[in-house]
Structures are given as structure tokens and as C-alpha cells.
Design a protein around this ligand. Structure first.
Ligand code: IMP
Ligand code: MG
Length: 433
């Protein structure tokens, strides 16, 4: 079996966790390849609700191996908390048994969190992501595979602490780190993770050679990609297809399907322009019915109409083989559905995303209008999805206006939908036939 890549096509929070959780039924490995605990997804386990930022969604499938890959930045204390929550609920400690941390992944230390805490410009999640990637690019960062080597190395510890404190001072932070603190952090990381640090790229390559199915789980979305997103209001990693295999330590030839996840509308957290943002009744409807609050920071997500200009960018960069449309049910009850097909920038119509933040901020959406479909209780949407899948009728069970809306999105992006989410339940997803 080849690898399947799952990516957010918008500004993140498209519902990747739920899709990976569903697809993990057929996979034996789920690997993350970039980002860190800036991501967040909710795992529902019976009547328990667990929030994860690092552990891949496949954790709920006991036979699934989990990889935190080469291209990631990982806060070992956040991971520890997730692992102890998991152990408390299930009794399982997956470290070294089915959970592996790449020796190449970079470590988020308290210093990185302090630096990220100073951000006022981007609206980051404050988890230390950007400063850790900065240290990686500056080639001073610490990787999991380096921990055993710097353990007890006083010269390394002192030089690192001096560098960190100089940066904190220069940045205007009142926080400082100490040699004792860093030395004991390193010892703690070694003690807690030595049993699961390894060459995870090799593990994935071997699994693929043995015919196993690997899911490469993206975090954030294409518009938050450091190269292809809405710079500077982006995250610090490459969130797109090109990095899925690279950040996992395998070659692109392994990949067959690339699923782009997109909401039936659009949301964004943090700063930066979002041309289709609406704060009117429709925007309030999306936010409330869609429960649009961040899993990581609890911040209210900004809501807006589906933006085909954004999706055109995402499709060009990623070459999706299919779209997983999520939260279609949320639009139920809106009389008119708008879709942005182009922007008006300084009196001219454009169909591609501009590269500068100021140009994007001046873009006015050009909309087409579609008829809405009725609001239904979640139980009815769920029943519709179950019926669609059991009968093989697929999307034809949806209200006519909802079918038209989906067909229009597919035509605008030029990619067919492989599934359509109509509710939070794992089974409230229609497989397109
Ligand atoms: P950072 O990734 O914490 O550096 O934040 C940079 C930008 O990416 C901010 O606008 C964040 O709100 C946004 N961001 C980071 N991770 C996510 C995510 O998982 N979902 C949505 N937005 C995110
Ligand atoms: Mg999320």
C-alpha cells in the first residue's frame, strides 16, 4: 500500500483530525511531518473528550503505529501531558511500542516559549513554534537525537544558556534560563524519551516496502505555509504536499492520494487578511453553529464564505487527488450561500492570490450566489450520512441545493470531493461514489 497525504487546504482547522481518525482504520502508520503543538484536535473516546496537539489521531486505533516525524518541532512537556492523559484513560504507554519520535525532530524548550510569548504581530499560538524553527534554520537548535550527546555536557549547556539569555534580553523579555534548569530539562527529556527516539523515516520506508498503508497527517493549512501562504501571517513550516514526504523522511514516489480538507466555508485564527470574512448574520451563524473556537488557544475563529481564490492556490501547490469537504451541515438554514470566485484589487479583477499582505488586505471578494438549504438537527444529518453510505447512494441523498453547492465547489477547484462531512460524529461523513 502507498502513502496517503492529508492536508488542510485553507487556514487550518478544516477537520483533519476527524478524517485521519476515520482513514486510520485502514492504516498501520500515521505520521506527522511538520509543525508541533500549535495544531490541535479533539478525540472522542466513549464519553471522554481528549484534546491532543501532538499525538496523531490514529492513537485511538490500537494497531496503528504513530510517528512524530523529522520536520516537526515538539514540546516534550506537552507530549508528556498527552501521554499521561492517554495512559490514565486507557492504561497504555505507547512509547517505543507504537509511538516513535524522530531523532531529527527539534525540541521546543522553555526559552522558545518565552520568545514566542513576545509576539504581538502575527497572533501566534504562543507555543514556541517559530523560535524553535528559527533555531533550526540558524543551526543551533537541539534535536531529540542530540539529547544523549549533550547530556552532562557543561560547555554546551553554558554556551546555550548564554545564547538564550542574550536573545531574551535583546528581545525585551524579563525571562531568563539557567544552566541548572537546562541541564535538568535535558536529563528529564533523556529519561522520558530515549526509549522511543529513532530513525522514523527508515521505519516508514520499511513499512511501505512491506506493503503497509501510511497516512501522512498535515497540520495547519496551505495558506499558513511559510513559502506559499499569506506571509508574514503564516506558521513557520512548510505545510504542503512537497514537505509531507520530505518532513517524514521518505521519498515522494510513495504517495498515491493527496486529500485536501476544506470546510464548506472558511475560518482563520490569528492576524492577517481574510477577504471573505463576514461579521454579519451569516458569519455569526457559521461561528455558532460550527462551534468555531480554537482547540489550542480557545480563540474565536474568524468566519467567512468559501473562497475559490484560496482554493486555487491550495490546488496549484498540492495537486489534490480529492477534496474532503467538511461541515456542510453548518451552512443549513442560510437562505443564500455566497462563493468568492475572484477578488477585486485596486479596480481590477484578479483570480490568483496576491503575494503581499497589503495587497491581500485591499482585495474585495467577487461573489456568486447559490440558493441555501434547510437547517436540520444533527441526528438527521447523521442518519442521512449512514443511509448514503449503506445504500451506496452517496451525495444524491443530500438536499438538491446542497448537491448544487458541492458541485459548484468541485467545478471551481477542479477536484472531485471524496467525502462530505455533515456533522461532528465519526459516521456523519458521506463517502462520495
Ligand atoms: P504559530 O504556528 O504558533 O507560529 O502561529 C502562526 C499563525 O498560524 C497564527 O496565525 C496561528 O493562529 C496560526 N496557526 C498555527 N497553528 C494553527 C492551527 O493548527 N490551526 C489554525 N491556525 C493555526
Ligand atoms: Mg486544529
Amino acid at each position: 500500500m502507498p502513502a496517503t497525504v492529508i492536508l488542510g487546504a485553507q487556514w487550518g482547522d478544516e477537520g483533519k483530525g476527524k478524517l485521519v481518525d476515520r482513514l486510520a482504520e485502514q492504516a498501520t502508520w500515521v505520521a506527522r511531518f511538520q509543525g508541533g503543538n500549535n495544531a490541535g484536535h479533539t478525540v472522542v473516546l466513549g464519553d471522554q473528550v481528549l484534546k491532543f496537539h501532538l499525538l496523531p489521531s490514529g492513537i485511538t486505533r490500537k494497531e496503528c503505529h504513530l510517528v512524530l516525524g523529522d520536520g516537526m518541532v515538539i514540546d516534550p512537556w506537552v507530549l508528556d501531558k498527552e501521554l499521561s492523559d492517554w495512559k490514565e484513560s486507557t492504561g497504555e504507554d505507547p512509547r517505543g511500542d507504537r509511538l516513535y519520535v524522530s531523532e531529527r525532530a527539534h525540541i521546543i524548550l522553555p526559552y522558545h516559549r518565552y520568545m514566542d510569548g513576545l509576539d504581538t504581530k502575527i497572533g501566534t499560538t504562543g507555543r514556541g513554534i517559530g523560535p524553535t524553527y528559527a533555531d533550526k534554520v540558524n543551526r543551533v537548535g537541539l534535536r531529540f537525537g542530540d539529547v544523549a550527546e549533550v547530556l552532562g555536557d557543561e560547555a554546551w549547556t553554558k554556551a546555550s544558556v548564554d545564547r538564550m539569555n542574550a536573545s531574551l534580553e535583546a528581545a525585551g523579555s524579563s525571562e531568563r534560563v539557567s544552566t541548572d534548569g537546562l541541564a535538568s530539562d535535558i536529563a528529564w527529556i533523556h529519561e522520558n524519551y530515549a526509549m522511543c527516539i529513532g530513525n522514523t523515516g527508515l521505519m516508514l520506508d520499511n513499512a511501505l516496502k512491506l506493503g503497509e498503508h501510511v497516512i501522512l497527517e498535515g497540520a495547519q493549512g496551505t495558506l499558513l505555509d511559510i513559502d506559499q501562504g499569506t506571509f508574514p501571517f503564516v506558521t513557520s513550516s512548510i505545510t504542503s504536499r512537497g514537505n509531507a514526504t520530505h518532513g517524514a523522511g521518505i521519498h515522494p514516489g510513495h504517495v498515491q492520494d493527496v486529500i485536501g480538507i476544506t470546510k464548506a466555508y472558511i475560518t482563520r485564527v490569528g492576524h492577517g487578511a481574510m477577504p471573505t470574512e463576514v461579521e454579519d448574520e451569516a458569519g455569526v451563524h457559521m461561528g455558532t453553529v460550527g462551534k468555531e473556537f480554537g482547540t489550542t488557544t480557545g480563540r474565536k475563529r474568524r468566519c467567512g464564505w468559501f473562497d475559490a481564490v484560496v482554493m486555487r492556490q491550495a490546488q496549484r501547490i498540492n495537486g489534490f487527488t480529492g477534496l474532503a469537504l467538511t461541515k456542510l451541515d453548518v451552512l443549513g438554514g442560510l437562505e443564500e450561500l455566497k462563493i468568492c470566485v475572484a477578488y477585486e484589487l485596486d479596480g481590477k479583477e484578479i483570480t490568483e492570490l496576491p503575494s503581499t499582505a497589503s495587497a491581500l488586505a485591499r482585495c474585495k471578494p467577487v461573489y456568486i450566489s447559490m440558493p441555501g438549504f434547510p437547517e436540520l438537527p444533527l441526528s438527521e444529518w447523521l442518519a442521512m450520512a449512514v443511509h448514503a453510505n449503506e445504500s451506496g447512494k452517496g451525495i444524491s441523498v443530500l438536499p438538491a441545493a446542497a448537491q448544487q453547492y458541492v458541485a459548484k465547489l468541485e467545478a471551481l477547484v477542479g477536484v472531485p470531493c471524496t467525502s462530505i462531512g455533515v456533522g461532528p460524529d465519526r459516521d456523519a461523513t458521506i463517502d462520495c461514489v
